[in-house]
Design a protein around this ligand. Structure first.
Ligand SMILES: *Cc1c(COP(=O)(O)O)cnc(C)c1O
Length: 361
């Protein structure tokens, strides 16, 4: 993991959004990059907010000494919210039941809880439907007047931001967000926020006061049709060849012989598999790099290992294998080869794979 890439990417994003602040989204172990080191690098690069899905993630940031604003937006109906309020974590709120639970947690802790009311402007995931929005705003206004909560944010999330500002759904959602803000104007939220990475890169109209940047922080490619914006991948997944052997033409390779050697050749064994997050269907599809040359995975990926057909090339046990990352192949190339997005490729890398960091400060 290249922490300097995270710092530089965040600094670049900050420069793109003018006066808006940057929230570095570090959910899911910072998209597989490691929660605390990634969060530290992001704040060093200029992020003033951190974003997570779950309360545990927010508490872990606090435990590591990160005192920045943290927003958590997903918790269960039975979870105790008091520890998060006590830890000064901002909470996403989607409906009146959640608001009531935050108010109760505020009373229990004797603190004012900061909430971010989320409007569902078309994703149909979290957030208040348009029909319930005025009542949620009114309930929040009451709670704010009573001192239990401070409505710090009003926000929403886009469904097709990677399509760019011209796409009809983005135009609809932007208009719906503007209406939701208008309904909530008396709450005087400190920050209005809509943009994820793709929106912040492609559409300045979405920047408002704060942008929620995840993929772009890690140098992924959130809107491939618009290019990579010069961001640098922070994660490089590497392994070592553990074994090589010569086999004859016509040798079936890996489970169910989905690959057969066409000539006498050298096979190289790489000790990473789907137990480490290399998708099983990466077999016969994705490239890896050894000494500057690329080889497609031969046959299916097993739980712990995969095989490369390196022909007559000089590949030896101990040689470094780059699965994806800086210098390529990119996580995006992997994603496109197997029909997913690069977010999933990096986030899947399993806990069995040791994380090492360069560029620490
Ligand atoms: C994950 C997430 C983000 C970050 O999205 P990227 O596309 O990775 O920038 C922003 N907002 C919400 C609500 C999210 O769940």
């Amino acid at each position: 993991m290249d922490l300097q890439a995270i710092r530089d990417n965040v600094a670049d994003l900050r420069a793109r959004v003018g006066d808006a602040e940057v929230m570095a989204v570090v959910k899911a172990d910072a998209y597989g990059h490691g929660l605390v080191p990634s969060a530290r690098a992001a704040v060093q690069g200029g992020a003033s907010w951190l974003g997570v899905a779950f309360l545990e993630e927010a508490i872990a940031l606090r435990a590591a000494g990160l005192g920045h604003r943290v927003l958590a937006w997903l918790y269960s109906p039975t979870e105790d919210l008091a520890p998060a309020v006590a830890a000064d974590v901002d909470l996403g709120v989607y409906n009146q039941a959640e608001l009531a639970r935050v108010v109760a947690a505020a009373e229990q802790t004797g603190r004012t809880a900061r909430v971010h009311l989320k409007a569902d402007t078309g994703l149909s995931r979290g957030g208040s439907p348009v029909a319930e929005w005025p009542d949620l705003v009114e309930a929040a206004a009451k709670a704010q007047a009573g001192g239990a909560v401070d409505v710090a944010g009003v926000w929403s999330h886009l469904a097709s931001s990677e399509e760019g500002p011209g796409h009809a759904l983005n135009q609809q959602q932007k208009a719906a967000f503007a209406e939701a803000l208008d309904v909530a104007r008396e709450l005087r939220p400190e920050v209005r926020h809509l943009a994820n990475s793709a929106a912040l890169l492609t559409d300045p109209d979405t920047h408002y006061d704060l942008v929620r940047a995840g993929a772009s922080v890690y140098g992924l490619v959130p809107a491939p049709a618009f290019g990579d914006f010069g961001l640098r991948p922070a994660m490089t997944l590497v392994a070592e060849v553990v074994l090589t052997k010569r086999v004859p033409a016509g040798s079936g390779v890996s489970y169910r012989h989905r690959y057969t050697t066409s000539d006498e050749t050298t096979l190289a064994l790489v000790p990473l598999g789907y137990g480490d997050g290399v998708p099983r269907n990466a077999g016969n599809a994705v490239p890896l790099r050894i000494k500057g040359k690329r080889y497609i995975v031969a046959g299916v990926v097993a739980m712990d290992q995969l095989v490369l057909d390196v022909g007559d090339d000089d590949v030896q046990p101990g040689d470094e294998v780059v699965l994806f990352g800086a210098g390529g192949p990119t996580a995006l190339e992997w994603a496109e080869a197997i029909g997913t997005i690069d977010y999933e490729i990096v986030t899947r890398v399993g806990s069995r794979v040791p994380r090492t960091y360069v560029g620490e400060q």
